[in-house]
Design a binder for this molecule. Structure first.
Ligand code: CA
Ligand code: CA
Length: 320
């Protein structure tokens, strides 16, 4: 079997842009591994030096971009998250500028958490499988991990967008449902799509209120497929299929707008997938859909609306 195409962790950028030189080129349907750094550019490695060890650390570095042959504007890129493997430590750092509680702090502090688990290899910087992993927060609190991807996006058509910001291209959505086994649908805005991945979290609560999750690096295995034609036009990107639920993910300056945009995107999708009118789709949404806050701490705030996949499939709809 041929070796899987791997994009090394030194191919990182702080901006998603159509002008980026591809770090790798793959074919439609290929599987690719992204080696990612943490959101501090791997610079915060000790609690004694919370400001980090690098002069010019990239904020929220994303690995890539990956050029997918055959992907053209108007298509949808289907990214199947086949695996997320974390390195064996994570880090959290307080902020005096960002996050709901930033005014509580006059200086930055960091905590380093070893990631533990039966299968975790020894050594301070090794790579560990996700299954059964946990951190010890204190002597009474042990937290099982649920690894997720904070930043995953394609290049926008116009100006580049920094990797701290979410949007219609994906980016820093900080959606805790982007996990191993989920399938993310992103817009193709430029030839090749130019997919980038970064900002892994070992664990994060909805909202990410403090400003960070358990920030870490690792390896993300993604299979990329180009969806074309009517099937692509059905999908309100960014769109996620995770654990039996489909989700619209929308970002805006405030939560009200993000929530309404996500709900309206899901209603239009439900209408078309189930061939219902506004009345029936709206009632079904009110009965079955859950609205949740992904994050409230990035330059735009992000909301997702979830709907059960089984209801769509009972009407014969199949996701591409
Ligand atoms: Ca993030
Ligand atoms: Ca993060």
């Amino acid at each position: 079997m041929a070796e899987i195409l791997t994009i090394a962790g030194d191919r990182v950028s702080g901006i998603l842009t159509k002008d980026a030189v591809p770090a790798a080129v793959c074919r439609d349907g290929d599987t690719v591994i992204f080696e990612t750094r943490d959101c501090y550019d791997d610079a915060v490695v000790s609690e004694e030096r919370p400001l980090g060890e690098k002069e010019n650390a990239i904020e929220n570095p994303a690995t890539g971009p990956l050029y997918v042959e055959g992907a053209m504007p108007g298509d949808v890129l289907k990214a199947e998250i086949l695996d997320i493997r974390l390195r064996d430590w994570g880090v959290m750092r307080s902020s005096t500028m960002c996050g709901l509680f930033c005014g509580d702090f006059t200086e930055r502090s960091a905590r380093i958490f070893p990631i533990r688990g039966e299968e975790c290899p020894e050594g301070p910087r090794g790579e560990a499988p996700a299954a059964g992993q946990y951190i010890v927060f204190d002597e009474k609190i042990r937290l099982p991990l649920d690894p997720m991807i904070g930043v995953i996006g394609t290049a926008p058509a116009g100006d580049g967008i920094t990797t701290d910001t979410p949007g219609s291209h994906g980016g820093n959505m900080d959606c805790k449902r982007i996990v191993k086994g989920s399938v993310l649908y992103l817009p193709v805005n430029v030839p090749g799509a130019l997919l980038s991945v970064g900002d892994l979290h070992g664990l994060m609560g909805d909202g990410e209120v403090f400003i960070c999750g358990l920030e870490t690096g690792g390896r993300v295995t993604v299979r990329v497929t180009v969806v074309k034609g009517g099937a692509a036009h059905m999908i309100p990107t960014p769109f996620l299929n995770c654990r039996g639920r489909v989700m619209t993910i929308q970002s805006a300056a405030d939560l009200d707008e993000a929530g309404e945009t996500a709900a309206r995107a899901m209603k239009e999708f439900v209408k078309r997938a189930l061939q219902k009118d506004d009345l029936a789709a709206g009632m079904l949404m009110s009965l079955l859909s859950d609205m949740a806050v992904c994050q409230v701490v990035d330059p735009l705030k992000t909301v997702r609306v979830e709907f059960p996949l089984a209801v769509l499939e009972s009407h014969g709809y199949r996701l591409p």
